[in-house]
Write a protein that binds this ligand. Structure first.
Ligand SMILES: [Zn+2]
Length: 900
């Protein structure tokens, strides 16, 4: 039997032009292919007899058919979902015994009595993998690299790696007193295969701790052949931009299923649900009693944390304030909601469900909530907010993350992450409106978290609105993956809005069933919006929906602009130098009319190489040689330097090469520790290293053939962000004094070996100022400074001899909130958050430029999306990474747009 290829567009046209006819019956069978693999993304309309008995064996036997091009031996069964007569087996792919990141494949049966028939199959299975399972990088080195990169930057610049995941919602960036990611530990787990190209063998490293004053729990993936960091996924499912409030927190009297202990006290332990089997299947609500959220990041419940407890069965007001009443009652409601959809608990197997309420952060109210992979955690509220358990939609949202983890496990990154967040919002709101009897027509029905605020009205309090009507092509936030995990919160309503529209038109019972079936029986971890659409439409077909109802679904997707190729419709005012930057660590550097940058292959499979090109355009030239991790290139306009990791030598190396590639790369230096910044000027090269043994970040310099010198050799002195020009090196000198971290630029004269320290800019409020990102110019050093610890930075310059400190752009309440800074001899440029309280393209970081002599900052490019790392060339020229057009591009223009 052969398959008839189809496209989504063809199916849609049929639906639009011949409603009620073309979509009524699908002539079987049909297949949709997926780029980069021979295993189909979806096969549907099958009607083939299958083995009786074990569904997993039957599914394997079916997939052995050569039409699938896959090896059933690589499939590990995850779970089988039964929904009436539908039976779906979900597999995960393992390649040479190693799990393949995000690769799930599903087989759909229809059963009738003892008979079983295959009706479809699909998902993501990588047929072209060829991975040697032997690592060249040790687990220990992988941990060092992942940990070391957390220490790359300082002050204003520590944000691009991780701080921005929460964006402005979490308030201003933290000053130096927080320290650059000091309390982070790295633990290497198993080897996995990352599905890029022929597959990339990678170590899974878990980073946990505290950075920039926030709890941090990241899954980092490090290439086990080259040592390059591939990407990180934020494990904390924060409910980011919720701004606003919650008896219950709202005075509602609810029944709590509690438990009386031998000592007579009552605790919030619910054994009254269908999943309770005499030993397990409880709903447990713990009161952290103001414990620090940092202590709850590990798996399980830390010893000493007790269930919320009361001397009488009436749980008093303290349990309202702590959030325990809302969390416990809400968890029961969410359990019953999912039971109505045929699911027993978050894991689908009646496993105990845990909530922790009343956590704080640094002694302050923790105005947030998250799912950490094993439990729900709710902040304890404060003067402005109730407990984050006080809004039933938030409880439903957190618990849905648990359901997703145990079903399609949508990766919390980019579009799949936005679908993950969107489904959590959809089901959270569905539980709330059904339980509280709110009509779908109520204008507040579509709001998420609207009951959290003590004073703000619902519309201002809500974090998101599923009825915001956003359209993918017009409203997609052009973020890069360093922000909000690539827009998991910021872009979620584009997808959840489709499902909410369907719920408004077809009712909760139908729509919930549809969304749930799509999630559990059709979606796979790396689905993008278009894949998500296919999953929902397939679920509607499997549910036997009428042509009319299926058209309602198709039109809802069309209204929200989710159709193949939607990313290609967005306008820009810059020229593209390199399309599709796929290296997570790419940062451009420019000198004269030349740029350097690192990049990987379009699928991100190759270890990054170093590219150079001209700002006026043309094809870039590759400078690096060999198959290894090359990163952080810098140029002085004639030559490039960059770092690499040599697995054969297990060392980090610094290379230099002329931009015309007239001579081969020259090895400048071999270091045992991770090189995290570089610069070059003539025969002088400077670099920054995170020294594992001391835990300090140091600046080194090397001139010609002379031995390298550690510039920050003095005990207790660290250095960041070396910048060379002529015979001078500028860097941020950081030291501890009277219990506080101090920072200011230092200028080192390379020939003389002497140094001047620019006088610290005075801080206010008893705190030292935070200096960051010095750029050495011909006659000046320019840098960013925060004098009042508000996350806003002014721009300063001082003469090259360290005297005459002058404000180019003064710090203060109107100063920019920066993400990046650069300068040349005539202009300064800062990448900063525009003013505004909403999160939209207009308020994503943009580049602004001002004369070095002082003057107003002017908007540089009118591109609507995120303008990320950049470098200033001559005159008004800047080259930057831009997220506007649906991916990350290196782009340029030669003067400020001024007005947009
Ligand atoms: Zn979430």
């Amino acid at each position: 039997m052969s398959w008839r290829p189809i496209t989504l567009a063809a199916a849609l046209c049929a639906a639009l032009f011949f409603p009620g006819v073309a979509v009524a019956e699908d002539p079987p069978p049909e297949v949709e292919n997926r780029a980069g693999t021979r295993a189909p993304a979806e096969v549907r309309g099958l009607s083939e007899p299958a083995q009786a008995g074990d569904p997993v064996a039957a599914a394997r036997a079916h997939l052995a058919d050569p039409r699938y091009h896959l090896d059933p031996a690589e499939l590990t069964p995850l779970r089988t979902v039964v929904d009436g007569r539908d039976e779906t087996v979900r597999f995960a792919q393992r390649h040479r015994g190693l799990p393949v990141f995000g690769a799930h494949y599903l087989v759909h049966f229809r059963t009738d009595g003892g008979q079983r028939e295959v009706v479809g199959a699909g998902g993501r299975f990588l047929t072209e993998l060829s991975v040697d399972p032997t690592p060249s990088v040790t687990a220990d080195t992988a941990a060092r690299i992942a940990r070391g990169l957390m220490s790359r930057s300082h002050g204003a610049t520590q944000s691009p790696g991780q701080g921005h995941t929460q964006g402005r919602a979490q308030g201003p960036a933290q000053g130096p007193a927080q320290g650059p990611a000091q309390d982070v530990t790295a633990r290497t787990g198993e080897l996995v295969v990352v599905p890029r190209g022929a597959g990339v063998l990678a170590w899974h490293v878990v980073l946990s701790g505290r950075a920039a004053g926030r709890p941090l729990l990241l899954d980092a993936y490090v290439d086990a052949r080259s040592g390059r960091p591939l990407f990180t996924v934020d494990r904390l499912r924060y409910e980011g931009p919720v701004q606003g409030s919650g008896q219950t927190a709202h005075g509602r009297t609810v029944t709590l299923n509690a438990y009386q202990r031998a000592d007579g006290a009552y605790e919030l332990r619910d054994r009254g649900r269908a999943m309770w089997n005499g030993t397990t299947g409880e709903i447990l609500t713990y009161d952290a009693r103001g414990g620090d959220v940092f202590d709850y990041l590990g798996s399980g419940i830390p010893p000493g944390t007790e269930l919320a407890r009361s001397a009488t069965p009436a749980f008093g007001p303290e349990h309202t304030d702590s959030g325990a009443v809302d969390a416990h009652w809400g968890a029961g409601q969410v359990y019953e909601f999912y039971r109505g959809l045929g699911r027993d608990g978050l894991d689908g197997q009646g496993g105990t469900m845990h909530s922790v309420v009343n956590v704080t952060i640094d002694g302050e109210p923790f105005a947030n909530a998250f799912w950490d992979g094993t439990k729900m955690i709710y902040g304890g509220g404060g003067p402005d907010y109730h407990s984050f358990a006080a809004s039933l939609d938030v409880v439903g949202h957190e618990m849905t993350h648990g359901v997703i983890q145990h079903s399609a496990n949508l990766v919390y990154l980019g579009q799949s992450g936005a679908i993950n967040e969107g489904l959590a919002d959809y089901f959270g709101n569905a539980v709330q409106v059904d339980t509280l009897g709110i009509p779908m027509s109520d204008p507040n029905a579509s709001l998420l978290g609207e009951d959290l605020c003590k004073t703000l009205p619902p519309t201002e309090c809500a974090g998101r609105d599923l009825g915001d009507g956003r359209v993918a092509g017009e409203d997609y936030l052009g973020v890069t993956i360093t922000f909000d995990n690539g827009g998991v919160h910021l872009n979620s309503t584009i997808f959840s809005g489709v499902l909410w529209d369907v719920r408004e038109r077809l009712g909760g019972r139908k729509a919930d069933k549809l969304a749930y079936k799509a999630l559990t029986e059709y979606m796979t971890p790396l689905d993008d919006f278009t894949d998500g659409r296919r999953a929902v439409e397939s679920a509607a077909r499997a549910l036997g929906w009428s042509a009319r109802d299926r058209l309602t679904v198709a039109l809802a997707f069309e209204r929200h602009g989710i159709r193949p190729g939607w990313e290609r419709t967005i306008r820009t005012d810059s020229r593209v130098l390199i399309d599709n930057i796929t290296d997570f660590n790419a940062i451009p550097d420019v000198a004269g009319d030349r740029y350097v940058i690192s990049n990987s292959s379009p699928d991100g499979a190759a270890p990054p190489w170093i590219l150079t090109g001209r700002l006026r355009g043309g094809k870039p030239v590759t400078l690096s040689e060999g198959d290894r991790w090359n990163y952080y290139p810098a140029t002085d306009g004639r030559q490039a330097v960059w770092a690499s990791y040599d697995t054969a030598q297990t060392s980090f190396q610094i290379h230099a090469r002329p931009l015309d590639a007239s001579t081969p790369p020259r090895l400048v230096y071999q270091a045992p520790d991770l090189v995290t910044e570089l610069d070059v000027a003539g025969d002088v090269i400077a670099w920054q290293i995170f020294e594992q043994a001391s835990g300090e970040t140091e600046i080194w310099i090397k001139r010609g053939d002379a031995a390298p010198v550690k510039v920050t050799a003095a005990a207790g002195v660290s250095g960041y962000q070396p910048s060379l020009n002529g015979g001078r090196l500028a860097y941020v000198r950081v030291w501890e004094e009277d219990g506080a971290l101090h920072s200011t630029p230092a200028i080192y004269d390379v020939a003389a070996g002497t140094e001047v320290v620019v006088p610290e800019v005075p801080g206010t409020g008893g705190l030292p100022s935070d200096s960051a990102m010095p750029i050495m110019l011909s006659r000046y050093v320019a840098w960013a400074v925060d004098t009042d610890a508000d996350g806003r930075y002014g721009i300063m310059r001082a003469a090259a001899d360290g005297t005459g400190t002058t404000a180019v752009v003064p710090d203060g309440p109107a100063a920019p909130q920066p993400i990046w800074f650069h300068a040349n001899d005539t202009r300064v440029a800062i990448g900063a958050w525009p003013e505004g309280d909403t999160l939209e393209n207009a308020t994503l970081p943009k580049i602004y430029q001002a004369p070095l002599t002082g003057g107003p900052l002017q908007r540089y490019s009118c591109n609507r999306g995120l303008q990320d790392y950049f470098s200033a060339g001559e005159g008004g020229t800047i080259a930057w990474l831009d997220g506007t057009a649906g991916d990350t591009d290196l782009v340029t223009r030669d003067r400020a747009a001024v007005r947009c």
